[in-house]
Design a binder for this molecule. Structure first.
Ligand code: NAD
Length: 261
């Protein structure tokens, strides 16, 4: 249909990193990508996630898909994953970076207690990984492309219980901008989606998540929380031809919560 022509995602090769289960933000994006005719290459860290991805994509047999292991804490794993993807698909048109991790104690404890190791680990997994992935994918992004990463309001505001992850998201958003400035000359765009709170596996690590959801519902202009589908739809826009003039931006999909005092 016309909407698919506008998107120009049909038969494009998009790497989706970070599907752990059907609740993952990345799974919402992958589902939509398959619906608009893209080829989706999934990367996973844990074997358990691989099984869940296989189960989910069984309903989409008419599409070209692949599932590749990639631990973003390891340069070797990233290099190997993108070599495998490049050999099979030749060209990469887009990447969804939907990966983050911090030690539970660094979210639970007072911020002043943050350990050197916990800080470095959160940065490595949640911010540096975007740069490492862009570097590994770039040789295959020969037709230009779009990279989208997932951020959160805790990058800019102090949100209770977000702690070391907020600092990692601040670094992620800054890295996104520096990458956008650097690889824009290669016709590769880089943007961040700042998603509202959604109940996923990663969200389980954030204390008082229920209270956060409740506060958003009361305060946000739209008087409700966002969901996986809304975040997926804007991610599709940012991957597509529709957003071809946009790079280096953080886009909020949060019912407008971020504008409120
Ligand atoms: P999720 O737990 O489903 O996804 C997180 C993913 O990160 C998992 O698939 C996990 O395997 C992966 N991961 C962690 N360490 C990794 C590593 N070393 N190598 C490879 N993969 C690794 O949770 P989600 O909520 O879908 O999170 C996806 C992204 O969205 C994260 O960046 C998260 O911070 C961000 N985000 C989430 C929310 C929310 O409320 N859920 C809001 C804003 C932003």
């Amino acid at each position: 249909g016309m909407s698919m022509n506008l998107l120009q995602l049909e038969n494009k090769n998009i790497v989706v990193m970070g599907v752990a289960n059907e609740r993952s933000i990345a799974w919402g994006v992958a589902k939509r990508l398959l619906e608009v005719g893209a080829n989706v290459i999934f990367t996973y860290r844990k074997e358990r996630s691989k099984g869940k991805i296989e189960k989910q994509i069984a309903n989409y047999t008419e599409h070209k898909t692949a599932i590749v292991e990639c631990d973003v804490n390891s340069d070797d794993s990233i290099a190997q994953a993108f070599e495998t993807i490049g050999n099979e698909f030749n060209v990469i048109h887009g990447i969804v970076h939907s990966v983050a991790f911090a030690h539970a104690e660094d979210l639970r404890n007072r911020f002043v207690e943050t350990s050197r190791e916990g800080y470095a680990f959160a940065q490595d997994t949640s911010a540096y990984s975007l740069i490492a992935v862009a570097k590994a994918a770039k040789p295959y992004m020969t037709e230009g492309g779009s990279i989208v990463t997932m951020s959160y309001l805790g990058a800019e505001r102090v949100l209770e219980g977000y702690n070391v992850m907020g600092v990692a998201k601040a670094a992620l958003e800054a890295s996104m901008r520096y990458l956008a400035a650097d690889i824009g000359a290669d016709n590769i765009r880089v943007n961040a989606i700042s998603a509202g709170a959604i109940r996923t596996l990663a969200a389980k690590g954030v204390p008082s998540f229920n209270q956060i959801l409740h506060k958003i519902e009361e305060t946000a202009p739209l008087k409700r929380n966002t969901n996986q589908e809304e975040v997926a739809d804007m991610t599709i826009v940012m991957l597509s031809h529709l957003s071809r003039g946009v790079t280096g931006e953080t886009i909020y999909i949060d019912s407008g919560y971020n504008i409120m005092g």
